[in-house]
Structure formats: C-alpha cells, structure tokens
Ligand binder design. Structure first.
Ligand code: ADP
Length: 546
C-alpha cells in the first residue's frame, strides 16, 4: 500500500506496454493517482501544472529526451523525486541521470515488485525530507521567537533600569516614551499624566508627534481618556478609530494605563501612521513599560518629597545654627560681664578668709568658706563659658614649653582634698618629664576637668591614675578611674556641650566639651573608653612633645 493513497504519480514513457504496467497493473490498484504522458514535452507540462509527488521518467523517449526533461524540470525548481527508467543494459545512463538530479532508477524489463519498492522508497524519503524541513522550520521559528523574547526582555530590563534611576523629570518622561516606542516598534509615542487638581490629562513627553507639540498642556487624543477611565489597555486599529481624534494622525493606536496604588495616574501611548495593528505581545510589552513608568514616577515623587524635606531640614538646621551662634555670643557676652563682679567678690571673700579667717568663729568662718567655694565654681563656670562661646577663646593664646608632669601634679594637688574627702586615692604613673608646646592655663584646665570628673564619679575606696607617656613626638595622657563608668550609647556624645549621662547630676556638662576644644586647638585628639561599673579612661594626645 502506498504511504499516502492520494499521492500523485506522473509517468512519462512512450513504451505503452510498460506505461500500462506501471499505471494500470501496479500503481492504480495500490491507490496512487496516476497521470501519464507519452512524450517529453507533454510530460514536462504535466509536471509543472499538476505538481505530482513523484515522476517516473523514461530516459529513452523520443522528441524531447528524458535527459532534456530532467534538465528542464530542475531548471524550473521542480523538486519532487524523479525515478528514471533505463534499458536493462544501461547503468551508465542511470548514472548520468543521477547527475541531473534523478533520485532512483528502474532497469527494464520492469518488474512489478521493483516498481512498488522504488516508488514507496522515494515517497517515504520525500515524506521524511518534508518532515525534516518542517521540523527545521519549527526550530528556526522557535529560535527566532526566543531571540525576540530575549531582545524584548533585555530592552525592557534596560528601560527599567534606566528609568528607575533617572531623577531628572524631563529625561525620565522622554526615556519612558522612547522605551515604549522601542519595544512596540511604534512610530509615534507619547505620555500624558493626570493633573490631579484639574482632573485632566497633561501631555508630558512625545516622540514623532506631527506639528508643534506643547508639553504640560491639556491633552485629549480620544483614546487616552478612555484608558484613564477604564484602567485597561486599549488596542485599536483601522476603521474602529474613526471616532477618535487621534485618527487624524494615526491609524493604529495602543495605550496602556500607568497605575499607582490602583489609581490610573497617566496613560502611555504608541501609534502607527498606517493601519498596522499592534500584537497582543506588544500590548504586554507596553504594559510592562507602563509599570516601570509607574515605579519611576512614584520613586521620583518620593525623591522630590525627600529632597524637599532635606532642604527644609537644612534650612531649619541653618536657622538653628545662626540662632545657636547668636545665643552663644550672648552667653559669652553675659559671662564676660559677670566675670568682673564675680571675680571681685571671689577675691574679696578669699582675702577676707586669709586675713581674718583665723580670728573668726567657726560659725562665721564656715559660711565664708562655703561662699568662697561657690564663688570659685561660679568663676570657673564663667571662664568655661567664655572659652567655649567666645570665638577662638579655647585656642592657645601662647605657645610655650609646658611640662606635663608638673601640670598633672598641680592638678592632682588641687583635687587632693576632694579626693581625700571621698576616700579616693590619686596616683600617677609618669615615667619622665614630657614637655609640649602650648598654653599652660588652658592645658591646666584640661587636667582639672578630667581629674575632677574622675574623682567625682569614683566610689569610696576608688583609685584615679594619671599617666603620661611619649610615643615619638606625641604625648599621650590618660586619666583612668574605677568609677561608675559610662554606658556605651552615651560615650560617643560625651564631649558635646551640656551633655550629661544623668541629667540631674551636678555640673553644667561643659567640662568635656571644653577639654575637646582645647586639645583639638592644640592639634591633639581626645577620646573616652568606658564600661559601666568598671570605670573610665579619658585619653588625649598632644603633638610636638620633647
Ligand atoms: P561637667 O562640666 O558638668 O563636669 P562634663 O562635660 O565634664 O560635665 O561631663 C559630662 C558628663 O560626662 C558627666 O555629667 C558624666 O555623666 C559623664 N562623665 C564625665 N567623666 C566621667 C567619669 N570619669 N566617669 C563617669 N562619667 C563621667
């Protein structure tokens, strides 16, 4: 049985006997549709007009020879298989025919079984060849589709990356329209955003729109407004567009909504001048670009809001800074004013105590002593404020050689009574004399502030150690205690003005701020290492040590 009962076979042979054998006795009974020709010219014409699946061609027909027919058929692009019929002793002819494109040959005298086998074989070959070609085409198509998808996705992700990182509004909108027209091949493209106040769409970017395009003007193309209401993409082409304004310039239009939190905030449109409908795939792609647009627009709005906030914070900060500066200046002025009278009162009380202290009764001397102490701290506070708030007051006024060991000892002597009263031991570890260049008075204040804190925050039986070391040209001074320590979260802020771990603890919270100012003004650094319950180490360095 033939593989395909309706296969059409053309037999071109002038030997009527074999023609009859092939036609009537072999192929027709097997269900083949047989057409015959007894000369080359007729055969050629039938081959061209009837397009048989297979041709049996006698090479020895008269007139237009079998070889001529073969040549002519190949020249016309006829590609069905051809089996040539050759005389029994003429394999050479068969070979020549193969060169001209014959697929097989049958030698006369023809035998039924051989005819069937040859026809079946070439038909099967043909079927396989067609299947292979079809398969190849499918693979090529699938490859092309895949490549197209990859291209689309690469383009899309590129657009996504580009638009999401743009912070300039004009480039962002243009980038979105450019991307939309790129992925959909739309000749024209535009984007309109809803103007929340006026409830209409404003054109914000356009590509290839004819005429003079005015951005930020109300926009009505007849399609975008529909999409804005429906929130769904719109794909229209040809006559269906007749009622839309945009039909004057475009015959196919594709719009996608730009949504933010379920609200259509704008519409992205691409269009063709000709009625060339957009595909479903292009609808998906445009919607993807519209989604990127939505993310980018929301980002941009957030970014702008943030920028605005940063600006107002900066402004507030600057105002605060100016205010703080004014306040500082006022404070410095006030303390300057107060230093005179407080200084006088302090000296007077101190003088009274030294001159008449011995003659006074205990109940007269104690209040005077208390007053002298209070006046001394008030004087100190005023001096600290002046140094902190008067421009340049913390900087060294003179650079003279200062012996740090002597300065440390003087400070220790000053706080010895306080330490004794609290049961705190004051110790020092100073290997040799270290001299730095600086301001004796201001550096003395640094030792005083650190030492008084160390004693103040040490428990009874505590120990405060002052050590001075030299590392090359740098002196490092450490005041260590085993007192209450400072919780980690406070340590970084401890040198700020008025900062105190316990807001209620005595002292204004200016000492460490002053230490930092003075040390840094001398070109050094200061830092604290502390752990609650284990104590604190306050360290500072000073350059140019000898
Ligand atoms: P004041 O001028 O009032 O002494 P400081 O600026 O010297 O203030 O210190 C600020 C705060 O730092 C103190 O109130 C205290 O909480 C903490 N502090 C400073 N030195 C020590 C220390 N050696 N041990 C524990 N806490 C300290």
């Amino acid at each position: 049985m033939p593989n395909n009962p309706r296969s059409k076979v053309l037999v071109i042979d002038d030997d009527l006997q074999s023609l009859d054998l092939i036609h009537k006795q072999v192929l027709e009974p097997l269900g083949y549709q047989v057409i015959t020709a007894i000369d080359g010219a007729a055969g050629l014409q039938l081959a061209v007009t009837k397009q048989p699946e297979i041709v049996l061609l006698s090479l020895s027909i008269k007139g237009l020879s079998g070889k001529d027919v073969l040549t002519a058929l190949r020249a016309q692009g006829f590609d069905s298989p051809i089996i040539v019929l050759v005389p029994g002793d003429s394999e050479a002819q068969a070979l020549a025919a193969f060169r001209l494109g014959a697929r097989d040959y049958l030698a006369r005298p023809l035998r039924e079984a051989e005819i069937v086998a040859a026809v079946d074989r070439v038909i099967e070959e043909g079927r396989l060849r067609r299947e292979r070609v079809a398969l190849q085409q499918q693979v090529q198509q699938a490859n092309a589709d895949l490549e197209q998808r990859v291209r689309e996705l690469t383009t899309l992700s590129g657009i996504g990356k580009a638009v999401v990182s743009l912070t300039d509004i004009g480039s962002l909108f243009n980038g979105i329209v450019e991307g939309a027209s790129l992925v959909t091949s739309g000749e024209m493209g535009w984007m309109a955003l809803a103007d929340e106040g006026a409830g209409q769409l404003l054109l914000v970017a356009a590509k290839n729109l004819p005429g003079r395009v005015q951005l930020l003007q109300p926009w009505d193309d007849g399609a975008a407004s529909l999409v804005r209401v429906s929130g769904e993409p719109l794909n229209v082409s040809g006559p269906a567009m007749a009622t839309m304004k945009i039909s004057q310039i475009a015959k196919s239009v594709l719009c996608a909504p730009i949504k933010a939190r379920d609200q259509t905030i704008g519409v992205l449109t691409v269009a063709h001048r000709a009625a060339q409908p957009f595909t479903d795939r292009q609808v998906v792609l445009l919607s993807a670009v519209a989604d990127y647009a939505s993310i980018a627009i929301v980002n941009l709005r957030l970014f702008q809001a943030l920028e605005q906030r940063a600006k107002s914070m900066q402004q507030a900060f600057e105002e605060h800074h100016v205010e703080a500066k004014h306040r500082g200046e006022a404070l410095a002025k006030l303390s300057q004013e107060l230093r005179g009278p407080v200084g006088q009162a302090k000296s007077a009380v101190e003088l009274a105590l030294t001159q008449f202290g011995g003659k006074l009764k205990e109940n007269q001397r104690t209040p005077l002593k208390n007053a002298a102490e209070k006046l001394a701290s008030a004087w100190q506070l005023l001096e600290d404020i002046t140094m902190l708030y008067e421009a340049g007051a913390a900087s060294p006024q003179t650079f003279k050689p200062v012996r740090l060991d002597e300065l440390a000892k003087a400070s220790m002597t000053k706080y010895q009574p306080m330490a004794q009263q609290q049961g705190v031991a004051l110790l020092s570890s100073i290997s040799s004399s270290v001299i730095v260049s600086g301001d004796l008075h201001r550096l003395g204040r640094v030792f005083d502030a650190l030492l008084s804190n160390a004693v103040k925050f040490s428990p009874q039986g505590g120990e405060v150690v002052v050590s001075i070391q030299r590392d090359g040209n740098t002196a490092q001074i450490t005041v260590a205690d085993r007192g209450i320590g400072i919780p980690a979260e406070h340590v970084p802020r401890i040198f700020e003005r008025f900062y105190k771990v316990e807001p209620k603890s005595s002292g204004p919270g200016l000492g460490l701020a002053l230490v930092k100012e003075i040390v840094e003004a001398h070109g050094g650094q200061v830092w604290a290492e502390s752990a609650p319950g284990q104590g604190s180490r306050f360290c500072f360095t000073l350059p140019k040590a000898i």
